[in-house]
Design a protein around this ligand. Structure first.
Ligand code: HPA
Length: 267
C-alpha cells in the first residue's frame, strides 16, 4: 500500500522533497490556496480516505514557501467521519516517507480554560487522548518506530520557543496549553468540559492527537497550534455550532497564517 501511495505521489512531485508537513484544520485552508504549486485530491491517492467535512477541501498541496519545501494537508481526515485511527493517520506516515522532518498540526478548538477568548491562538504543550482509541494499535511497522514509543515530549520544546519568538515579533499573545481530544462528532457536555478542566486541559477538539502520536512515533518533530474558536460547553450560555467555529476561524486566519509563515522561516 505505501509503495503504491508513494509511486503515485512521485508522478506529481518529480523530485520535490518536502521537509515540513502542515495539517490545516477547519477554516485554515487558505494557506494552501495561496501558495499551492501543485495539488493532489485525496480521493486519487491510493490509501488515502476522503474528507467529507464542509470547510475542509481534501487535497495534498505542495509548495515552496520562503525557502522551505512544504507539503500541506488542506483538510484533514477525522475519526468521527467513520475512518479508523490507522486510516486518518496514514498521511502522516506518508509525509515521513516523503522525507518530512517536522510537522505543524493546526486545529480549531473550544476554550476549556476560562481565561481564553475566541480568537486566541494556543500553542499545544501536551495533550490528553480521550478519543478512546490509539492510532498505533495493530502490527507495528519497525521501519517507522518502536512498539512502545515514548510520548513524554510530543510537542517539541525547541520548536515551541521558535513559535513563541514569532508570536512576540507579530505581537500575538500566544497561549500555552493542553489539548484534549474526544472522538466527536458531538460537542462535549458541560460536565465533560468541567472534567477536562479538572484534568488539566485548556482546549478541546476532535483531531490532532492521532496525528501527533504517529508523527512523534515516526521521529518527526511536532508543533501543535489551536485556533480557539468558541467557549467550550458550559462556559457561556451560547449553544455550540460548526458555523460559529468556521466564523471565528475565518476571522483569525490572517493572524494564524502570518504566524505559521514566520514559524516556517525559522524552523
Ligand atoms: N469542542 C470540540 N471540538 C471543537 C470545539 C469544541 O468546543 N470547537 C472547535 N472544535
Amino acid at each position: 500500500m505505501m509503495k503504491d501511495t508513494l509511486d503515485y505521489i512521485e508522478t506529481f512531485t518529480d523530485g520535490f522533497k518536502p521537509e515540513i508537513g502542515i495539517v490545516l484544520g477547519s477554516g485554515l485552508g487558505e494557506l494552501a490556496d495561496k501558495y499551492c504549486e501543485f495539488a493532489i485530491p485525496y480521493e486519487k491517492i491510493p490509501g488515502f480516505s476522503k474528507s467529507t467535512i464542509e470547510g475542509h477541501k481534501g487535497q495534498l498541496v505542495f509548495a515552496t514557501i520562503g525557502n522551505r519545501r512544504v507539503v500541506m494537508m488542506q483538510g484533514r481526515i477525522h475519526y468521527y467521519e467513520g475512518h479508523s485511527m490507522q486510516e486518518i493517520t496514514y498521511p502522516i506516515k506518508v509525509m515521513k516517507k516523503l522525507g518530512v522532518e517536522k510537522v505543524i498540526l493546526t486545529n480549531a478548538a473550544g476554550a476549556v480554560n476560562k481565561s481564553y477568548r475566541p480568537g486566541d491562538i494556543m500553542v499545544i504543550t501536551d495533550h490528553i487522548n480521550m478519543m478512546g482509541a490509539n492510532p498505533l494499535v495493530g502490527v507495528n511497522d519497525e521501519t517507522l518506530g518502536v512498539r512502545f514509543p515514548d510520548m513524554s515530549e510530543i510537542y517539541n520544546k525547541n520548536l515551541i520557543k521558535i513559535v513563541d519568538a514569532a508570536g512576540r515579533i507579530l505581537k500575538i499573545d500566544l497561549k500555552h496549553g493542553v489539548y484534549i481530544a474526544s472522538s466527536g462528532p458531538s460537542y462535549e457536555t458541560p460536565a465533560e468540559i468541567k472534567m477536562a478542566r479538572y484534568a488539566g486541559a485548556d482546549a478541546a477538539g476532535m483531531s490532532t492527537v492521532p496525528e501527533a502520536i504517529v508523527a512523534n512515533y515516526c521521529g518527526m518533530k511536532v508543533i501543535g497550534l489551536s485556533c480557539i474558536t468558541n467557549y467550550a460547553a458550559g462556559i457561556s450560555t451560547k449553544k455550540l455550532s460548526h458555523d460559529e467555529v468556521i466564523e471565528t476561524a475565518n476571522k483569525v486566519k490572517t493572524k494564524f497564517m502570518d504566524l505559521v509563515l514566520l514559524v516556517l522561516k525559522n524552523i
